[in-house]
Ligand binder design. Structure first.
Ligand SMILES: O=C([C@H](O)CO)[C@H](O)[C@H](O)COP(=O)(O)O
Length: 209
C-alpha cells in the first residue's frame, strides 16, 4: 500500500507541529520542507521527532555535498530519512548511505533538476538509496505547461522504489498510486487546504482505495 507523506513548507516549527498534529492520523511520513529546515535548523527536526516518535520524519535537506556529514547531522537530530540531490556526484550519495546504515535510517535521492530521472533513479537505488523522489519543485510546477503526468509515467518506467512529488492532490493521487510509486508526497494540497485534516484524510482514502 502506498504511503502518504505530508511536505510541510511552513517557516515556523510551532506552525509545522500544529499542522502535523491535525494530519498525523492520515500520514505515514512527516517531511520538514527545505524552507522549514533553513528557518528552524536541526532543533526543528528534534522537536518534530519528539512530538511524533511513531512517525517517519523526513528532513528535506536536498544535500549537494558532504553527504555523510549532513546525513549524520540529520539522523543525529532524529530524522529517519534525508534527501540528497540526484544531480550531485555518486560519492555524495554513497557517503549519505554510509551514515544511514550506521544509524539504521534511510536516504531518499531527489531528482529535482535531473535531466534523465528514470536513469538516475535506477543508479541511485543501486548506490543504496531507500527510494528516489521523482520531483518537480515549486518553481518547475509554476512553469507553463507543467503536468505531474510526466512523473507518473516515469514512475511506471523506472521499475525501482520511488515517491512522486510535484503537485500531488486529490485529482492526481489515484494515478500516482497506479504508477506503482511507494509514496505520494503532498505539500500545498494539505497545508494550503482550508481543512488540512480533511484533505489528508481524503488523500489517504484515495491511496487505500
Ligand atoms: O520539496 C518541495 C519543494 O522543493 C519545496 O521545499 C515540496 O515540499 C514538494 O514539492 C511537495 O510540495 P507540493 O508540490 O506543494 O505538493
Amino acid at each position: 500500500m502506498a504511503k502518504l507523506q505530508v511536505a510541510i513548507d511552513l517557516l515556523k516549527i510551532e506552525d509545522a507541529i500544529a499542522l502535523a498534529t491535525k494530519v498525523a492520523p492520515y500520514v505515514d511520513i512527516i517531511e520538514l520542507g527545505t524552507p522549514l529546515i533553513k528557518s528552524e535548523g536541526l532543533a526543528g527536526i528534534r522537536k518534530m521527532k519528539d512530538a511524533f516518535p511513531d512517525k517517519l520524519v523526513l528532513a528535506d535537506f536536498k544535500t549537494a555535498d558532504a553527504g555523510e556529514l549532513e546525513a549524520n547531522m540529520a539522523f543525529g537530530a532524529g530524522a529517519d530519512l534525508i534527501t540528497i540531490l540526484g544531480t550531485t556526484g555518486d560519492s555524495t550519495i554513497v557517503g549519505a548511505v554510509k551514515a544511514a546504515k550506521e544509524h539504521g535510517k534511510g536516504v531518499v535521492v531527489d531528482t529535482i533538476g535531473v535531466q534523465d530521472r528514470v536513469k538516475r533513479a535506477q543508479e541511485a537505488i543501486a548506490l543504496g538509496a531507500e527510494f528516489v523522489e521523482l520531483h518537480a519543485g515549486l518553481d518547475e510546477q509554476a512553469q507553463e505547461g507543467y503536468s505531474i503526468q510526466v512523473l507518473i509515467d516515469e514512475a511506471a518506467r523506472a521499475g525501482v522504489a520511488v515517491s512522486i512529488a510535484g503537485g500531488v492532490n486529490k485529482n492526481s493521487v489515484a494515478a500516482v498510486k497506479e504508477s506503482g510509486a511507494m509514496v505520494a508526497v503532498a505539500g500545498a494540497a494539505i497545508y494550503g487546504a482550508a481543512d488540512p485534516a480533511q484533505a489528508a484524510k481524503e488523500l489517504k482514502e484515495l491511496l487505500n482505495a
